[in-house]
Design a protein around this ligand. Sequence first.
Ligand SMILES: Cc1cc2nc3c(=O)[nH]c(=O)nc-3n(C[C@H](O)[C@H](O)[C@H](O)COP(=O)(O)OP(=O)(O)OC[C@H]3O[C@@H](n4cnc5c(N)ncnc54)[C@H](O)[C@@H]3O)c2cc1C
Ligand SMILES: NC(=O)c1ccc[n+]([C@@H]2O[C@H](COP(=O)([O-])OP(=O)(O)OC[C@H]3O[C@@H](n4cnc5c(N)ncnc54)[C@H](OP(=O)(O)O)[C@@H]3O)[C@@H](O)[C@H]2O)c1
Length: 350
Amino acid sequence: MTFLRGGFLPLIRPVPAGLRKKSVQDASRRPPYVRFGPDCGPDPGHLERPPDFAGGTSFSKIFKQWKKGWNMVVESLSTLTYIEKLKDDLMVCRLVPENKEIPEYKAGQYIIIGMPNPNENNRMVRRAYSIASHPENKDYFELYIRWVRKPLPGRLTTQLFNSKVGTSLKWMTPRGDDLLINETLHNGEKDERRIVCLGGGTGLAPFVSFAQHLHEVGDKREIIVLHGASYTDELGYRRLFEDLERESEDVGKDKWNFTYRASISRPTENRDWRGQVGRVESFLKPNSNGVSALEELVGEKITKDNTIFYICGWQGTIDGAMNYLEPKGFVTSRKKRDDGSFEVKFESYG
Ligand SMILES: Cc1cc2nc3c(=O)[nH]c(=O)nc-3n(C[C@H](O)[C@H](O)[C@H](O)COP(=O)(O)OP(=O)(O)OC[C@H]3O[C@@H](n4cnc5c(N)ncnc54)[C@H](O)[C@@H]3O)c2cc1C
Ligand SMILES: NC(=O)c1ccc[n+]([C@@H]2O[C@H](COP(=O)([O-])OP(=O)(O)OC[C@H]3O[C@@H](n4cnc5c(N)ncnc54)[C@H](OP(=O)(O)O)[C@@H]3O)[C@@H](O)[C@H]2O)c1
């Protein structure tokens, strides 16, 4: 009954049997490794042909009502307006909605985009991508995408990496609350803890949005972005973050308090690298004196009272980070304490 989620009032008429059947078929056709976001709303299989709903008068009414009560369902066209390949399998791209309007959304959310796949009778293939641009940017959505090539070429990323500027894509309104920036503590007080973001690979994307948003709104909290990549040429957004850190030094930490550090996990192939070595969670690993690289950076002990973590990446990245944080008493927002408190938010992808 996913149709009834999201606060939608009971339907005036039951969902047509044909539609129900199709949804079930789509769900069963989808191989188990194809994942949709934890909060993708309805299985996108249900949304394959939204215009079907506009068929009859009563249905158009229902569809309008549905859209009103369940804004996740809106699917529109957009154009790919910019593609920057960092490597042949890593890119930053931008989408502009057909009506040129970027809707309200929050830093840390993602959008679902889709393209018909010619190898599958033009069946629409939809996937979630974290929005790297910030909500104040009303010109475009920016995404940071890896072309998944192994063990088999990914269905959507292969098409995206073969696309050119001008290509049309479907998109659905931003969603997701796993990585929203926490503003208040469980007791209602303002959350003034240090913000530490750990991004593995393209899992950096939501933190690109965080940093630009927090900068734009003049947030005074201490912000640290830690990025983990296999190779130095996969440190996307490095210049943006270095500029934000430089500005922090120039204007003073009381006005803008931002630090960026990267970690390289395949250092033997990056011999010039002088920074942190290992996967991104290695920033949390205590040295022989019990002090982690992150603690050396901030100059104090990291505790659950002074720091909140946001983590995005492989499940191994989340688990690796929690291995260091759990013994210090940190808990995630998914397993918050009875009083509602937590110190870690995360979004994982496998
Ligand atoms: C909330 C969220 C946000 C995300 N944000 C981003 C982001 O910002 N950037 C980003 O790059 N990605 C992001 N992703 C991942 C993205 O949604 C896709 O999962 C990813 O791009 C792969 O899609 P695809 O269609 O190319 O691959 P798929 O076709 O879905 O393939 C997925 C995997 O299965 C393998 N596979 C395919 N067919 C077979 C087969 N027959 N047998 C065995 N294995 C097979 C592929 O090789 C691949 O490893 C996000 C995911 C979520 C849930
Ligand atoms: N919000 C989301 O859910 C989201 C956001 C962005 C991307 N994604 C998806 O994530 C996938 C891969 O991302 P990517 O290509 O950007 O990552 P990547 O470049 O392959 O890896 C980035 C870093 O993570 C490490 N890593 C790789 N596998 C790991 C594991 N199992 N556990 C812990 N660390 C690991 C790598 O270390 P090594 O060098 O040792 O391999 C590297 O340091 C893609 O399919 C992408 O579509 C999802």
